[in-house]
Write a new protein. Structure first.
Lengths: 766, 118
């Protein structure tokens, strides 16, 4: 985001915003589920903004061009040019929309509606539930604008990064890769900009499809295709929830367009919705959709496997943008989680369910991340954990905190994945951090490691970082809540923050510090141009992996076996620097708030469908009997420092101690489960395999047996044999000789003639 | 069918044959057809079988002539002309086929060609 564009708006809006925020606080303190009136302004239709369609058409043009290149098998770098250019156009248009229309949004809070084209419009009567409308139209409010901005800007930068990262694939799949990335951005923009749920569903499925295509990009590897299928199927489970929710929304409200929907909810009183199960089911079904797309709760296991995709894809789709679509859905559908929509009891249950799923996912993801040795998977689990935080933010009642964390997380997590990608790119795909070390000292990798340090600081929510500023909003809201369960979520979230600090720095200390140690990986990108050969691979494979690796190793320098780390080039370095700057600037709204009393992100959320949850808990609250702000700062900083120091002790200062600790835990029967369970993701995949995979396999075997012996054996084959038995009786008559044919023909004719004569003689003719 | 009377002027007056006379000719045609059929069903030599089919053809032609005479209609004789023409063409074709079949298996017996048996 361009801060110079931001400041004048902020200054202009400061006075009014502060007053509005003050009212909100008082209102919010009163209730958790019952938010009082739902003030939804009717969207202002303004066809003057129809140039926004170019935000969709530019990526779609790139889709067509890259697809043509892929079909014609044209080699060359043009697909990257198309993709980056089209994303840049989309980003420029998003910024232009913000400059042109942002002030009026901040002032009036009226969403912008831009009709583009008719799509589905039909009716079967004149009544209120007798028509169905879902047209191509844009609905832009605060959260839409926020998503448009960071999706397009990050997509541009990451596509630029990918143009270098995928260089070795220019012959194989360059065009196919950028085809899918362009389609992804187009789908994502449709998802966030559509003015109705059908369009959102279309984008939702589109991003899922692109995710599938890109996870399985290295289709020659069995693991990649399996991971792609897993992601697709688990997302379908969630999508079932979204589809059912849309059906129920139409059944209850007679429209799927946001504008009409929000006003229908706003005008319905809480007393009219008591006991309506079909309304009460909507938020839970939406939550199922969120669990699929944002890798929450029971459906999170697809995200770690999604790391089979190329790393820029992991950064863009599986960290920064697509997985936040679930948070977008929760924020967009926030009115459905209120007493006004489904009654106070159900609303509270729904919010608590959202909160607990997010909180548990955050905790479980963080604990699993501590046991991984693949640094990319650590970041994948950290994404699950962070997404859990965001969902928890929505659940504890602050869409502001959740959305703010989406924004800051998008930057620093993209940065982390891109630095991880730079290391993989340079180390022939080595993803095990036990086989790498001291990269700060390797020429060309200093920038990467510094950027990773920044990303880890942000992931660990170091004090005063953008991540801490946004995450603390969620914790503040939870810990000062009048609801006891919500406060428990807050404490668990606080513990998670400490674990996060530990595992973030566990990775960085192992990778960046210590003696230089490099074992190149299996080289899945095929870097033929770097001159390392099979000899290098063979000699490296001989080294035992873990314990004795770092210090006493005979490598000396990394170049010992003819392997030369491939330092990131200009484009990767440029993108890393820019995203690092973006990560830092993402905290700007909170700093400006200190001087102006106005938070840019908060105003975005306030002017959206999640506006009812844009405020932060009571101003003067207490945690543990002390002032909430100060106590939270001390607690949050404390757990982060503890986690950091633990990581420093075990992975930087005395790695031998860390390794011995793990070894002794593995040998103690009572503690063995901890490192093993963490390393294997608490065996969730295994549990699913036993609970769903094995019964499905057994059922398939039973049905296959029935099919083979009953359906095929008794029914089909038996019926098929009956004509065969008859044929066997008459078959000897068929000699195949010419006379045989002639005789049967003559006999047939004789029979006919005989019959005619008999008929004639018996008086049939007269 | 009308025929210019000038052509028939010098010929003896043609009268319709009595049904009994037609019957004699038809019995002759039937006998001829029967001989052809039995010959076709019993002989194994392909050339003889072919000749038997010719016999059956001519039996049919004879019947046409007989009926044409009975009804005083030249259509019967006209049809015979067609039969002769087709039989000539068919004879050329069939004898050619027989030659080809002979070249394949060095025999004229049709028992060598029972391939359509299952």
């Amino acid at each position: 985001m361009d801060p110079s564009a931001l400041v004048p708006v902020v200054l202009a809006m400061a006075d009014g915003a502060h007053a509005a925020a003050g009212d909100g606080h008082a209102q919010h303190a009163a209730a958790y589920a019952d938010v009082g009136a739902l003030p939804y302004a009717k969207a202002g239709v303004d066809a003057g903004f129809s140039w926004l369609k170019w935000m969709l058409l530019a990526p779609l043009a790139s889709v067509v061009l890259c697809g043509t290149f892929a079909l014609l098998k044209v080699k060359g770098r043009w697909p990257a040019v198309f993709t980056v250019a089209s994303f840049a156009i989309a980003a420029a248009l998003a910024v232009q929309l913000y400059r042109q229309w942002g002030p009026s949004l901040f002032e009036s809070g009226t969403p912008l509606a831009v009709p583009l084209a008719d799509w589905i419009t039909f009716s079967w009567g004149n009544g209120p539930f007798q028509s169905f409308t879902a047209n191509f139209g844009l609905y832009v409010d605060g959260i839409t604008l926020l998503w448009m901005l960071f999706v397009t800007v990050l997509a541009t930068l990451i596509a630029l990064y990918a143009s270098e990262y995928m260089e070795s694939d220019v012959r194989a799949g360059y065009a196919r890769f950028f085809f899918a990335v362009s389609l992804f951005v187009a789908s994502m923009l449709i998802l966030v900009m559509s003015d109705n749920l059908i369009g959102l569903y279309m984008g939702w499925e589109g991003v899922g499809l692109c995710s599938y295509m890109l996870i399985g990009y290295y289709a020659k590897q069995v693991g990649a295709t399996a991971a792609a299928k897993k992601a697709f199927i688990m997302n379908r489970i969630g999508d079932l929830g979204l589809a059912l929710a849309i059906f129920l929304i139409w059944t209850n409200y007679g429209t799927v367009q946001y504008d009409g929907l929000f006003q229908a909810i706003a005008s319905s009183g809480a007393e009219t919705v008591q006991g309506s199960w079909s309304k009460a089911a909507i938020p839970f079904l939406l939550l199922l959709a969120v669990c699929g797309k944002s890798a929450q709760g029971p459906l999170f296991t697809w995200l770690p496997d999604a790391m089979w995709g190329p790393t820029p894809v992991s950064a863009l789709i599986h960290a920064a943008t697509m997985v936040t679509a679930g948070i977008y859905l929760l924020a967009r559908m926030a009115p459905f989680y209120t007493a006004q929509a489904i009654g106070a009891e159900w609303a509270e249950t729904a919010l608590l369910t959202v909160g607990w799923i997010g909180c548990a996912t955050a905790f479980i993801g963080a604990t699993i991340a501590c046991g991984q040795f693949d640094y990319k998977r650590v970041f994948a689990y950290s994404t699950i954990s962070s997404l859990g935080y965001m969902v928890m933010g929505l659940g504890v009642g602050t869409a502001f905190g959740g959305v703010y964390y989406v924004f800051t997380h998008a930057w620093f997590k993209a940065l982390l994945f891109l630095t991880a990608g730079a290391v993989m790119h340079g180390m022939a795909g080595q993803v095990d951090f036990r086989k790498l070390g001291g990269l700060m000292k390797v020429p060309g990798f200093r920038l990467t490691m510094v950027c990773m340090l920044l990303g880890c600081l942000y992931l660990a929510t170091a004090p005063f970082s953008a991540a801490a500023l946004s995450k603390d909003i969620i914790l503040y809201q939870a810990l000062t809540s009048p609801v006891e369960q919500v406060r428990w979520m807050g404490w668990l979230g606080l513990a998670t923050a400490g674990i996060t600090a530990y595992y973030a720095f566990r990775v960085w200390f192992r990778l960046a510090l210590g003696p230089v140690h490099i074992e190149p990986g299996p080289d899945q990108h095929g870097h033929d141009d770097h001159g390392h050969d099979d000899h290098g691979h063979a000699s490296h494979a001989a080294h035992a992996p873990a314990a004795h690796a770092p210090a006493a190793h005979g490598h000396g320098t990394h170049a010992g076996h003819g392997f030369h780390p491939h330092a990131p080039g200009l484009r990767i370095s440029l993108v890393l620097s820019l995203i690092a700057v973006g990560s830092v600037l993402a905290g700007l709204p909170s700093y400006l708030e200190k001087s102006n009393g106005f938070n840019w992100i908060q105003r975005f959320v306030e002017r959206s469908s999640a506006g009812i949850r844009a405020t932060v808990g009571p101003e003067h609250a207490e945690i543990l009997g002390r002032d909430a702000h100060g106590t939270l700062f001390v607690l949050a900083t404390g757990v982060v420092v503890v986690g950091f120091l633990l990581a420093w002790l075990l992975h930087a200062a005395n790695r031998g101690l860390g390794d011995r600790l793990r070894a002794s835990m593995l040998q103690t029967p009572g503690l063995k489960w901890l490192p093993l369970g963490s390393e294997h993701g608490w065996y969730v995949d295994g549990i699913y395999h036993v609970l769903f995979g094995v019964p499905a396999w057994l059922g398939a075997q039973v049905l296959a047996t029935v099919d083979r012996f009953v359906v095929d054996g008794v029914v089909v084959n038996a019926v098929g044999r009956i004509p065969g038995w008859f044929a066997r009786v008459f078959q000897p008559l068929y000699t195949g000789t010419v006379q045989g044919h002639a005789l049967s023909m003559a006999g047939g004719i004789a029979l006919i003639v005989g019959w005619v004569i008999w008929w004639w003689l018996s008086g049939g003719a007269s | 069918m009308t025929i210019p009377m000038a052509i028939l002027a010098d010929a003896a007056p043609v009268t319709a044959a009595a049904p009994a006379n037609v019957m004699v000719t038809l019995v002759l045609a039937l006998a001829l057809f029967g001989i052809g059929l039995v010959g076709f069903l019993t002989r194994r030599n392909m050339i003889l079988m072919f000749l038997c089919t010719e016999l059956m053809f001519q039996a049919a032609a004879l019947a046409f002539v007989a009926f044409g005479r009975m009804w005083m209609d030249l259509s019967g004789q006209l049809m015979v002309i067609f039969i002769l023409t087709v039989a000539a063409a068919e004879a050329a074709l069939a004898l050619g086929l027989v030659v080809l079949l002979y070249r394949r298996k060095e025999t004229l017996s049709n028992e060598a060609w029972a391939d359509m048996k299952e």
